[in-house]
Write a protein that binds this ligand. Structure first.
Ligand code: AMP
Ligand code: MN
Ligand code: MN
Length: 327
């Protein structure tokens, strides 16, 4: 695929889907594509389906029209899945995918399973929002589209600093800046700004974090009862894993969030030595080399134990760890 135009065909209506617990890239990509399609093919009727999004993304054009309905009965000529590596990650919105006339997936996950009829996956791209820009005619990218894509790229690169940031990422971001967007505001309000509640949980998780494997790894876990106490939602936990990762000396950080009794959503981040997408894939999840996730059952102790076996193997391969101690 070289251009978004190619995938439209004779479609009269289309749905755009993302992954469960949508993050900045997912929301930016979905709304960026919706706003672009309004410029490219105004006659095409397009609806975006996503789970609830953070309030701070509400300023993006089209955010208010996102549908949270998992089965409104509409059957679409075309369904485009964005930033989603496997069928399960579509969550309840998978029904639209199953019934679609045609399906397309645009993504950047190295673990993408090619579950759509047409898949366009660029594992070297920092974000799905970056991939999308390369498939767009620049002349049709207006300020509203640019705001969405810029936010998506800024989020998946941790504001242009993660190792997935390339020269190409910066060239595209630069082009998007030239569309007149308020890039400082987008980054401050959607990335750095935290609610009081988010800060409280972040502080608690840092206090309760545990270093292990002689300081090469760190983990923290939030229990369901803590979530209830703070009246927190999954979206309030963004950024905790990033703070754990920058603990001095740490190669691999793990954050667990209990989503049901003894069921944990696992987030992993690595600095250099560990390919966390390999670890996550082993447990049925996926992601990228430096950022990946999965869902696991058991106690916190069980989950950390199971993960650390795989992390340990990789640290040994990297020469950083020997049987039971730091190399
Ligand atoms: P997170 O820790 O949730 O920010 O996720 C980090 C990366 O791993 C993201 O790119 C996700 O798309 C991916 N990821 C997280 N959880 C899963 C999962 N259960 N299955 C596949 N990919 C996942
Ligand atoms: Mn994502
Ligand atoms: Mn992404």
């Amino acid at each position: 695929m070289e251009n978004i135009r190619e995938i439209l065909g004779q479609a009269e209506n289309a749905a755009i889907l993302g992954h469960v617990r949508p993050d900045g890239d997912c929301v930016g990509a979905c709304l960026g594509l919706k706003n672009y399609l309004a410029n490219l093919a105004p006659e095409l009727s397009v609806r975006v389906y996503l789970e609830e999004i953070p309030d701070s993304f509400g300023f993006l054009k089209g955010a208010e029209e996102i549908s949270h309905e998992t089965s409104d009965g509409t059957i679409y000529d075309l369904v485009i899945a964005l930033d989603t590596s496997d069928r399960e990650r579509l969550g309840g919105f998978g029904v639209y995918f199953e019934q679609a006339g045609r399906t397309v997936c645009i993504d950047h996950h190295v673990t993408n399973q090619g579950f759509a009829e047409v898949s366009h996956v660029c594992p070297d791209a920092s974000a799905t929002s970056e991939v999308l820009y390369t498939l767009m005619d620049d002349g049709l990218v207006d300020e509203a589209v640019a705001e969405c894509l810029y936010m998506g790229i800024a989020h998946d690169t941790g504001v242009f600093k993660h190792s997935n940031t390339s020269g190409e990422t910066m060239r595209i971001a630069g082009r998007l800046m030239e569309k007149g967007i308020n890039f400082s505001k987008i980054i401050d309000q959607t990335f750095y700004e935290k609610t009081y509640r988010q800060n409280q949980i972040l502080g608690r998780m840092l206090t309760e974090s545990v270093l292990f494997m002689d300081g090469l790894c760190v983990f923290a876990a939030v229990r369901k009862k803590n979530m209830d106490f703070y009246q927190a939602k999954a979206k309030d936990l963004e950024g905790i894993i990033d703070q754990l990762r920058v603990t001095k000396g740490v190669e691999c950080a793990i954050f667990l969030c209990e989503t049901a009794p003894q069921v944990y959503k696992v987030s992993m981040r690595s600095n250099q030595a560990v390919d966390v997408s390999r670890v996550a894939s082993f447990f049925g999840g996926g992601g990228h080399v430096r950022a990946a996730g999965c869902t696991m059952a058991g106690s916190v102790y069980d989950v950390i134990n199971n993960l650390s076996k795989h992390i340990e193997e990789q640290l040994i391969e990297a020469g950083l760890w020997r049987e039971g101690r730091r190399a």
